[in-house]
Design a protein around this ligand. Structure first.
Ligand SMILES: CC(C)(COP(=O)(O)OP(=O)(O)OC[C@H]1O[C@@H](n2cnc3c(N)ncnc32)[C@H](O)[C@@H]1OP(=O)(O)O)[C@@H](O)C(=O)NCCC(=O)NCCS
Length: 175
């Protein structure tokens, strides 16, 4: 279990996957992500290259979402934030979760680069990543096909020295 007073990351169990899939296929979240089928989640729970976590918050540790890291055994130390879905939106839990994930990626898993992609229309997530110090690397133009046509992905990353500078400036404290 990783976390602080506000938020915790608990390794996802196979029994948690009904919850994970219900959150992932919620119409509120679907436009922002490309959902996986259950087999892909099962693989991510089991394979050590992934970290699949349930996000819990509050006194009783209620589930509020889930996250997936991939490339955790990557020889280039380039770890991907594959998915982050916070169901209880707008209460600062996404920011708290991202701070914790940076700590896990850089301090526990030894990442040199912690990267992600975000659909260009996803202004909420993009604003979060911008304000958390992520640097835009480029844009994969119209690379995913959604119900309303092609969409572009913005690739963003943070490097270890950038994380250390933010931590030393007091910008990586638990949110
Ligand atoms: C993106 C997501 C993880 C953010 O989590 P959250 O708990 O809602 O976000 P927070 O409450 O911590 O807010 C973080 C920042 O997002 C931005 N934000 C929040 N709500 C917003 C809105 N309605 N419109 C635009 N920006 C918004 C703000 O910059 C906010 O920071 P601030 O409150 O200090 O101004 C969550 O909304 C989510 O799961 N969305 C659906 C799935 C998704 O988009 N995942 C990411 C794919 S890359």
């Amino acid at each position: 279990m990783l976390g602080n007073a506000r938020i915790r990351l608990r390794p996802t169990l196979i029994d948690d996957l009904d919850y994970v899939i219900s959150v992932e296929t919620d119409p509120v979240n679907l436009p922002s992500i490309t959902p996986w089928d259950r087999t892909q989640h099962e693989a991510a729970v089991r394979f050590p290259d992934f970290r699949h976590f349930l996000v819990e918050a509050g006194d009783r540790g209620q589930p509020v979402g889930f996250v997936i890291l991939s490339g955790c055994r990557n020889r280039h130390k380039s770890i991907e934030l594959k998915r982050m879905v916070i169901q209880t939106k707008g209460q600062g839990l996404g920011r708290a979760c991202l701070r914790l994930l940076k700590q896990v990626a850089f301090e526990d898993l030894g990442a040199h680069r912690f990267w992600l992609d975000v659909k260009s229309h996803n202004t909420r997530a993009k604003a979060l990543y911008d304000s958390e110090g992520y640097v835009e690397e480029g844009r994969l133009r119209e690379c995913v096909r959604g119900p309303d046509g092609y969409e572009s992905l913005v690739v963003m990353s943070m490097l270890h020295p950038e994380y250390v500078a933010r931590r030393e400036a007091g910008l990586e404290a638990a949110a």
